[in-house]
Design a binder for this molecule. Structure first.
Ligand code: KG4
Ligand code: ZN
Length: 333
């Protein structure tokens, strides 16, 4: 069991990758649907499913070609099982089952969120176990205690919006487009992060849950109150919003690592590409004497290499999914 084909279709990216021995990425192809969904200001589930159907076979073919292997050289298939959009997940999931059956190789369903954490473990110098990992994406914001490649325990999570969702919603409210993370962070580069004091939602400071719906509302209120002038302050609004979100994320991650007595932190997920978050976690970790582990930018957003890596360790441990396994939208059963 050496060469794994990974498949990912949980949201708006159709991805396939070939990974050797859980760490060596031979290819990673991501077909983004951003252009399809951008006119609607967010992902339209039915359009996503249809687009995945169109892209899945060519994306898998391209991944094999770029890896320089034939289908016959695939030893196992790993595919995202959830969480995500059910119609979108079913495309990749059904394709993976059929592909594995045709090749007569084992296959395994992978939790997308744990897949994101594997993006940190694929680096040339991965953290030792255990470590505290902040997972920040468009649909999730959680802190995990990662004890091994297969043992990851949730220490806290968002009670409402995810951090990436807050970036997307603020961008939409300001009429800046979708997805908002990259747009807001670029705009923030020319703004003053201390100009507007948006609320920091700490909840219980000793715990690791998050809440980001309040800050989204606060930005909307600021725009209403400054109806005539906010258009001239877009960069300051973006920078001040980003500062408030990043401060809470980075501080809670460091506190979580302290609470489990381990001097190692990691960040994963789409929002891990945010330069301000990467810098702040690095600064706070240095102050606390902790090592920081950040994935390569190409592995922050949704990709199939992380799914192949997570699947490799499951298959290597003897796990193999049955053909009647279903996907899940929110909670793994
Ligand atoms: O992990 P991901 O690709 O998909 C999900 O599993 O959700 O994360 C996508 C999220 C989006 O909300 C996007 O706006 C956000 O990641 N994002 C960023 C940045 N790049 C992507 N947020 C802040 N700063 C960025 N540079
Ligand atoms: Zn994701």
């Amino acid at each position: 069991m050496k060469t794994i084909l990974g498949i990912e279709s949980s949201c708006d990216e159709t991805a396939a990758a070939v990974v050797s021995r859980g760490t060596e990425i031979l290819s990673s192809v991501v077909a983004s649907q951003i252009k399809v969904h951008a006119p609607f200001g967010g992902v339209v589930p039915e359009l996503a499913s249809r687009k995945h159907l169109e892209s899945i076979a060519p994306v898998v073919e391209q991944a094999l070609e770029e890896a320089g292997i034939t289908a016959g050289q695939v030893d196992g298939v790993a595919v995202t099982r959830g969480p995500g959009l059910v119609g979108a997940l079913l495309v990749g999931f059904s394709f993976a089952k059929a592909y594995a059956l045709a090749l007569d190789v084992p296959w395994v369903g992978v939790n997308h969120l744990l897949g994101h954490i594997h993006s940190v473990l694929m680096s040339p110098s991965p953290p030792e176990f255990p470590f505290a990992a902040l997972l920040v994406s468009g649909g999730h914001t959680s802190i995990y205690k990662v004890s091994s490649r297969t043992d990851m325990e949730v220490m806290g999570q968002t009670r409402d919006d995810a951090a990436g969702e807050a970036f997307d919603k603020v961008s939409k409210a300001m009429g800046l487009g979708y997805p908002g993370g990259e747009i807001i962070s670029k705009l923030a580069d020319s703004g003053d992060p201390h100009k507007i004091s948006f609320p920091r939602s700490w909840l219980d400071k000793k715990k690791f849950d998050f809440s980001f719906s309040g800050i989204k509302t606060a930005v909307g209120r600021y725009m209403q109150v400054h109806e005539e002038t906010w258009q001239d302050e877009k960069a300051d609004i973006a920078a001040s919003f980003q500062e408030a979100v990043v401060e809470v994320l980075a501080t809670k991650l460091i506190n979580a690592a302290k609470s489990i007595g381990c001097p190692r932190v990691a960040v994963a997920g789409g929002v891990a590409a945010n330069a301000c978050l990467r810098d702040r976690v690095t600064q706070l970790a240095a102050k606390a004497g902790m090592s920081v582990h950040l994935p390569d930018i190409s592995l922050c957003g949704d990709n199939a290499a992380m799914i192949a890596a997570a699947g490799y360790y499951k298959l290597a441990a003897g796990e193999c999914s049955p053909l009647n396994m279903d996907v899940f939208s929110r909670v793994e059963k």
